[in-house]
Ligand binder design. Sequence first.
Ligand code: PMP
Length: 435
Amino acid sequence: MNHDQAFWLPYTANRAFWKAPRVITGARGHYYTTDDGRQLLDGFSGLWTSGLGHCHPRIVAAVQAQVGTLDYGMGFQVSNDRAIALAAEVATMAPAGLERVFFTNSGSESADTALKIALAYHRARGEGQRTRLIGRERGYHGVNFGGMSVGGIPGNRKVFSAALLPGVDHIRHTYSPADMAYSRGQPVWGAQLAEDLERLVALHDASNIAALIVEPVSGSTGILVPPIGYLQRLREICDKYGILLIFDEVITAFGRVGAPFAAARFGVTPDIITTAKGLTNGVIPMGAVIVREQVYQALMQGPEHAVELFHGYTYSGHPVAAAAGLATFEVYREEDSFARARALEPVFEEAIHALKGEPHVVDIRNFGLMGGIELAPRAGAPGERGFEVFLKCFEAGVVIRNGGDILQFSPFLDSTPDELGRIFDTVRTALRSVA
Ligand code: PMP
């Protein structure tokens, strides 16, 4: 068999893809180059990953230097200088109280690591019966068994239903078009939905519940922005019952919401934060789980020679990834990237909401530099219209993303108003041309 099409693409309509492959061969700054030599404006910052732009010279140089200095270092019982330095940077940037950093290689691994730390924490404190995990409808926490189970995307779950973790519940998502369509930033309606957590406590008893995991702003399922007061209320309920609160900040950390973390932007500090993507500007795969000091200390028990947490990856704290992370953090600081993103937010908000009234558009949502345009699904073919708009934009030289019929936007932290204008003009034209 000819193996030209051996690559099985993730989260992709493979049969359609191979009929007309879209192949990128290079990138610089805010643009991709395709295999047929076209320049595409990236309206998605990679896949929420690359807020500083592609092939940032500082990060490229750091990776090149590191790979010739220490390419890999055994990570169990031994560490490397780059990982130690990056952990210090991450802990310094994290909200006060979150002082320890466990490295992973992806957002999915960060989610599963956080859930396992939550279980280990309760057990170490003599509350080993606290095993129930709570997620949220329309939540996305990656594709591994833990994250899939606490996640709330039917498409990700249905084929694997029998293998989902037992003892998992979901609170409702906070999206209600009737109450919040076209709201800008945080909706005023919906904080009362946090009371779902109280109901689960009443149902199961708090003594059985380990943790609640939520994305502060749901990304993959179409930019569901938390109602004002909602996250605060979740924090209060978790505190009341000793439930660990985990924020999945794989998308929202490192400037995406104009702050180092959504936790900082919303003024709500969880017990654990999961990250990936912007940790290295997407250059090398890496994630980090940032943990409250008390959680870490609860696990530091037993004889000193004994391993405290039986968990880790061959590539945890990989020196080349960590070098990319250190360079990324330097650039964040020097370019004042998070403040720039914050300053760009009103421009982005105006630009995206200008599409109100265009064909098929039923809602527009934004927070930080995250945006979603929801389209009415085509009768009998959900997702088809969104995919067609994505394709038309791609042909017109702009990369966006469609999650079903929700168009998604994630500009660079230093995108220009002109670039935003071009992205949304392209989308407008596409919307007017699809049936
Ligand atoms: N959590 C969230 C909130 C995400 O958005 C993602 C990926 N977009 C993940 C987890 C999974 O990350 P990865 O694809 O790196 O495993």
